[in-house]
Design a protein around this ligand. Sequence first.
Ligand SMILES: *Cc1c(COP(=O)(O)O)cnc(C)c1O
Length: 384
Amino acid sequence: MERIEEFLQERESSNLLRVLHPATHRKDGFIYFKDKKYIDFSSNDYLGLSQHPRLKEAAIKAIEELGAGSTASRLLSGDLELHHRLEEKIAEFKGREAALVFNSGYQANIGIISSLCARGDVIFSDRLNHASIIDGIIMSGAKLFRFRHNDLEHLDALLKRERGKFKTSLIITETIFSMDGDRPALAELVGLREKYDCNMMVDEAHATGIFGKNGSGVAEEEGLSDKIDIIMGTFSKALGSFGAYVACSSRMKQYLINKCRSFIYSTALPSSVIAANLESIDIVKDEPQRRKSLLENSSYLRERLKEKGFNVIGSSQIIPLIIGEDNKTIYLSNELKARGFWALPIRPPTIPEGESRLRFSVTYHHTKDILDKFIDGLCKANRI
Ligand SMILES: *Cc1c(COP(=O)(O)O)cnc(C)c1O
């Protein structure tokens, strides 16, 4: 097809062709490529749980007892008691009546949003919301209004102007933004939800396991869990495993089981993944020092980089260093690589034009010692 060549050539000529980097393995915060080894600043394994012995043992035990595959979708014969045990645990963890497990965060977002909204409805979405949220909105057919990132005055103005024209409405935000590492004023958002009688959904993909007294996320930290209709999050990031969840009311859960196509028409997650997910929630409860040290070290890196004059933003374990220019971003990434640090450039179309950046994900494995070496490496790379 002509369009394939055209597309690829355009990406190649603008230096935006995406490529895969197969690693041989990952361990203790390092990523290995054949004979090369880097300290990994690109992974979402924030709490270092992907290699936690308890997760691995739980997965192996489940495979031995229950097999490798789940054989069918949940509504056919793929449903196990184990799935329900996980859903009960999530509901309790998130302080909600019920929870439903999804095969991935992407599937959760496209399925949930397109189940809740349809043509004739309206959705208000933060401009920086994840691609899976945007795709869910497109699938729903609802009218979309994007408000400027974390700009609640803008949202208020849009709500005032548009809310009355539609029967059903939904406000969607992430609680920790994946590309900017910051968070919305959630209490004020909930206020707007109430003022304009909207439904509300939050995506806690980067907050689950890290924020809140029990580590369940930002909704818990801000005491707003019961004010938000749909709290979605993933097991694939800080929880070190795979899959996603939604915490909601029992009626909402029932509705999604009956309506949500990405839930209904996909094979259930295998027992090994579900068992690892169950274990991950226990570890978050049992080992709060993991998230405490993660957040301390993240502040440490952010503050040191600011002192050195770097343009870093956000307020979480995600530390974006805004560079702006594409070539300089690629150059710095390569220089860091030459010094043993794996931090990939983030460029359009993932983020807006002119905002190219390096995005450093701090994880449990990054001790202050490693962070000091990293800061030193970055300063040297930047001076050349
Ligand atoms: C990663 C991510 C997702 C997708 O989750 P997967 O489980 O990787 O499919 C959804 N929303 C946000 C904000 C994310 O960062």
